[in-house]
Every structure is written in structure tokens, then in C-alpha cells.
Design a protein around this ligand. Structure first.
Ligand SMILES: NC(=O)c1ccc[n+]([C@@H]2O[C@H](COP(=O)([O-])OP(=O)(O)OC[C@H]3O[C@@H](n4cnc5c(N)ncnc54)[C@H](OP(=O)(O)O)[C@@H]3O)[C@@H](O)[C@H]2O)c1
Length: 243
């Protein structure tokens, strides 16, 4: 059996924004679960440098894509179909840079940037992946928001609003296509103990935060057939931050 045939027999996922801080752990986790992956990034050289360190990384194809551009996202999906034959799951780590500013100090351009990087990128992915998933009669869509989508902390009104739109859009996708085998959920993550977070969080906050492995495992579960009973929900990953 040749290598290409083996790849097309694997479950396949698109992991968008894979050069995110959480990207390496997410790729490791999905590879460990036997996925063939299309990993998108705007900085392919970074992913190509990382891949040799990941076991089984010949099951990853890197596609350069600016996710705000629908044509580039459609190319991501087509490239996945061309290489793997199907797309079972999609998730995205892409986000616009964080913004923490009291509302009266914000500008319309702040909101535009957040809507572009958070909502439009997620919209383009979901929109592009749905036709082949509907044709397959199955597909898992896992979008990602942060806790501010449900309850914005100080200065997070715009960031929270852009992520809240993702929660609502995801629930809507599930409602529209639940009868056609589409499962769509939004993982609403609290703090994640990324390397960057380790620089500014105190010990207690770090203990409470989700590990990157916990984040990746939750994504993997929601992408998997085992989670099919969960549809159209905002799944909170609150680790040890529970009140
Ligand atoms: N880190 C946390 O504590 C935390 C907490 C709660 C929720 N989350 C959520 O978890 C997800 C991953 O977080 P993270 O901290 O790992 O993310 P991150 O390090 O901030 O990385 C975000 C990635 O988004 C990509 N990106 C941004 N705009 C893009 C665009 N227009 N087109 C293509 N790619 C774009 C960037 O890719 P390039 O490398 O290509 O520039 C970057 O690598 C995000 O949705 C975030 O909101 C994170």
C-alpha cells in the first residue's frame, strides 16, 4: 500500500492558523490520534521548521493562506480534498491580536480589525468547508472563542463581541445542517498556559489555566466522531478557573 493511499484512509482535519502559540501542541495531538492534516499559516517557513520535530509529520501538508481572503480559504479546502480525498473536521486557531481597552478609548478600526481576524477568518473557513462536508454527509466544525465571548472582562468589550459572534454563528451552522450530518461547536477557552502566559501570570493563575494539552484534547474530542452527541453548543474549557 503506497503512502498516498495510507493518508487517504486517515481521518482528515484542517487546522487553520497552525503557527499560533497553541499550534504545535494541537498538531502533535491530532497527529497522535492518527489524523492527516492540512495546516494553514501565513508563515509557512515556521511550520516547515517545526514539522521535522513532530512524529508522523509526513501526514501534514502545509498551505499558506491569508484567511481573510475567501479565495485562499477555498484553495485550502480544495488542496485538502485533492491530497486526502475528504475533510472530516476543521478547526481554527487564528485570531486577531488581543485588544484590552476601555470602550470609550476604542476606535471603529479596532473593531474592524477584530471582526476581520476573528469572525471573517472563521466565517470563510466554515463557508468553504461546508459544501464538501454536506456532500460527504458528515463533518465536524470546531470554532474557538475565549471566555470574553460570554462575559467580557475589563477592556474586552470589542474582543468579546467579535468572539461572541463566532459562538452564535457556530450554533447557527449546527441548526441549519444538523439533519445533514454536520456537527458544529465552539470551544470557549478560558486562560491557556501558553509560553507567553507563563511570562505574566502568577503561579495561582497558571495552575488554574488550561494546559495547552487540555486545550488540544478538547479540540480533538470535539472534532471526533465520539463527540457527535454534542452539537450547536458553546463548550467551556475552564480548567481550574471554575468559580
Ligand atoms: N492563548 C490563550 O490564552 C487563549 C485563551 C482563550 C482562547 N484562546 C483562543 O485560542 C485560539 C488560539 O490561541 P493562541 O493564543 O494559540 O493564538 P495566537 O498565538 O495569538 O495565534 C493566532 C494565529 O492566528 C493567525 N492569524 C491571525 N490572523 C490571521 C489571518 N487573517 N489569516 C491567517 N492567519 C491569521 C496568526 O497566524 P500567522 O502565524 O500566520 O501570522 C497566528 O499564528 C484563538 O482563537 C484564541 O482566541 C486563546
Amino acid at each position: 500500500m503506497d503512502k498516498q493511499r495510507k493518508l487517504t484512509e486517515k481521518r482528515t482535519a484542517i487546522v487553520a492558523g497552525a503557527t499560533a502559540r497553541t499550534g504545535e501542541v494541537v498538531l502533535r495531538t491530532f497527529l497522535g490520534a492518527g489524523y492527516a492534516i492540512t495546516a494553514t499559516t501565513r508563515r509557512p517557513e515556521r511550520l516547515h521548521a517545526l514539522l521535522p520535530q513532530l512524529p508522523g509529520s509526513d501526514a501534514v501538508q502545509v498551505v499558506q493562506a491569508e484567511l481573510i481572503d475567501p479565495a485562499q480559504v477555498e484553495r485550502v479546502v480544495q488542496t485538502t480534498l485533492d491530497r486526502f480525498g475528504r475533510v472530516d473536521a476543521v478547526t481554527t486557531l487564528a485570531q486577531a491580536g488581543f485588544l484590552q481597552k476601555p470602550f470609550a478609548e476604542t476606535q471603529l478600526d479596532d473593531l474592524r480589525r477584530l471582526i476581520d481576524g476573528n469572525l471573517y477568518t472563521t466565517y470563510n473557513l466554515c463557508r468553504a468547508v461546508l459544501p464538501p462536508m454536506l456532500q460527504q454527509g458528515a463533518g465536524h466544525i470546531v470554532t474557538v472563542a475565549g471566555g470574553s465571548a460570554l462575559d467580557p472582562g475589563y477592556g474586552r468589550s470589542l474582543f468579546g463581541a467579535s468572539k461572541a459572534a463566532i459562538v452564535t454563528m457556530t450554533k447557527g451552522i449546527a441548526r441549519d445542517y444538523k439533519a445533514q450530518g454536520i456537527v458544529a461547536n465552539c470551544l470557549v477557552a478560558g486562560t491557556i498556559a501558553t509560553d507567553e502566559a507563563r511570562r505574566y501570570l502568577d503561579e495561582e493563575a497558571l495552575r488554574a489555566a488550561a494546559t495547552m494539552e487540555e486545550f488540544a484534547s478538547a479540540l480533538l474530542y470535539l472534532c471526533s466522531a465520539e463527540s457527535s452527541g454534542i452539537n450547536g453548543t458553546a463548550v467551556e474549557l475552564n480548567a481550574r478557573e471554575v468559580n
